[in-house]
Design a protein around this ligand. Structure first.
Ligand code: PLP
Length: 409
């Protein structure tokens, strides 16, 4: 788990995948119970192994409900955590692991375009032995996302970078490459390619597929809103270890590198395009490396297990507009891509993965449905706190100065 936070470019993948039978999960119902059973083999030999049950129970203390909709479709709501998006699951698990390691004080750097930084901040707030520094593009996040990044105080500090998300990422990379900072501050990165975040994401696919299978006796497919393809990788890993998952469908926005590959093209990353589903604006999804590894480049098998579809902004709008009449639901722009994908499939059993609460994206959703979206209590609590952040120019030397200031403090 410590190595999961490593600094280098390569992505960690499990060396081998355990094989489960459905009966191995008999008696496991809650997310924490299923997660403990599922992750035990991955923690074998790790010094956190004896604490895995506690870690799962502390990290997964919010509901992850599977709700039935019409037309052989259910929705898995991953947005009931503190920041109302699925990234809470991985961030909380990582925080529980790290805070139990009793390592020397660590400083976690996060460059964020929105949801990741808020989830990491919420998860690590007031955890002893860890400081978090968040860099976000000052003009690149929504008002509600900004509040989730800046409202914490204590061991969480936020910088509003006068540039783009790429500038934020560059500053983090430069800091991690600077030994005179990295060593004394014990710097770590926490981004979406962290294996400490991907493993726990397998757990909700396990919980939901088992629940569906026990009730209906058929394996559901999952429709996953995808950007950097971490969430969909976790679904494919869950299928690989033997959970009752028929297929995994990767719904993207107009950033279409993944669907183009599934349509038979070469793997061709692109520059990212801005869309209504901004947490999925990834032109070069780095977790595709993990998918290629999992399938050892066997495209035929990958196509049997998975499919992909690109959804335009117009289709996202239409899906949100029709959400209440067709599905009795209000969709966030990300979830809408999965809904559109499902609407184009046959009537087999599907689980839609709802990655964020629509109230997080009220400026997009409310004009389309013509009324306010009620704000869930956890999100309201954050939105009511005052925020603070320091502006930061994009040159490394200023950021370097801010960080070196903390070495003695
Ligand atoms: C991050 C995010 C996604 C994309 O997830 P990946 O693991 O990067 O594919 C989708 N929806 C929301 C709301 C997100 O925050």
């Amino acid at each position: 788990m410590e190595a999961g936070l490593a600094v280098d470019g390569g992505l960690f993948v499990p060396e081998t995948f355990p094989k489960f039978q459905i009966k191995d999960f008999d008696g496991c119902v809650s997310l924490a119970q299923v997660a403990t059973r599922l992750l035990t083999p991955f923690f074998e030999g790790d010094r956190l192994a004896p604490q895995l049950r506690d870690i799962c129970e502390s990290a997964f203390d919010f509901p992850v409900p599977l709700k039935s909709l019409a037309r052989k479709t259910a929705v898995l709501e991953l947005f009931h955590g503190p920041t109302a998006a699925f990234k809470d699951v991985g961030a909380r698990f990582l925080a529980e692991c790290l805070s139990r390691l009793k390592a020397p004080e660590q400083m976690i750097l996060v460059a964020t375009s929105g949801d990741t930084g808020g989830a990491v901040a919420a998860a690590f707030h007031r955890k002893p032995g860890v400081r978090v520094v968040i860099l976000f593009p000052k003009d690149g996040v929504s008002d509600r996302q900004r509040r989730q990044l800046t409202c914490w105080g204590d061991n969480i500090e936020a910088f509003a970078v006068l540039g783009t998300f790429d500038d934020c990422q560059r500053l983090v990379k430069s800091a991690l490459a600077d030994e005179s900072l990295r060593v004394p501050l014990n710097l770590r990165a926490a981004n979406s390619i962290n294996i400490g975040r991907l493993l726990p994401q397998m757990a909700y696919y396990a919980t939901a597929s088992l629940e569906y299978f026990r009730e209906h006796g058929v394996e559901p497919a999952f429709a996953v809103p995808s950007g950097n393809v971490g969430n969909a990788s976790a679904a494919l890993w869950a299928k690989r270890v033997g959970l009752p998952i028929r297929r995994v469908a990767l719904a993207t926005n107009a950033n279409a590198a993944v669907p183009n590959y599934f349509a038979g093209g070469e793997w061709a990353p692109q520059a990212s395009i801005s869309t209504l589903a901004n947490a999925m604006d990834v032109g070069n999804p780095s977790n595709m490396e993990r998918v290629f590894d999992l399938y050892a480049n066997d495209r035929a098998q990958l196509s049997r297990d998975a499919l992909s579809l690109s959804v335009t902004d117009d289709e996202i709008r239409q899906c949100i507009r029709e959400g209440e009449s067709r599905w009795n639901s209000i969709w966030c722009p990300h979830t809408a891509t999965a809904v559109r994908l499902r609407e184009q499939q046959s009537s087999d059993e599907w689980i839609l993965v709802a990655t964020a609460h629509p109230a997080k994206f009220e400026s997009i959703v409310e004009p389309l449905i013509g009324r306010p979206v009620p704000v869930p209590p956890a999100l309201a609590a954050i939105l009511n706190k005052p925020g603070s952040s320091e502006e930061l120019p994009t040159d490394f030397s200023t950021f370097r100065g801010r960080l070196s200031h903390k070495i003695t403090s």
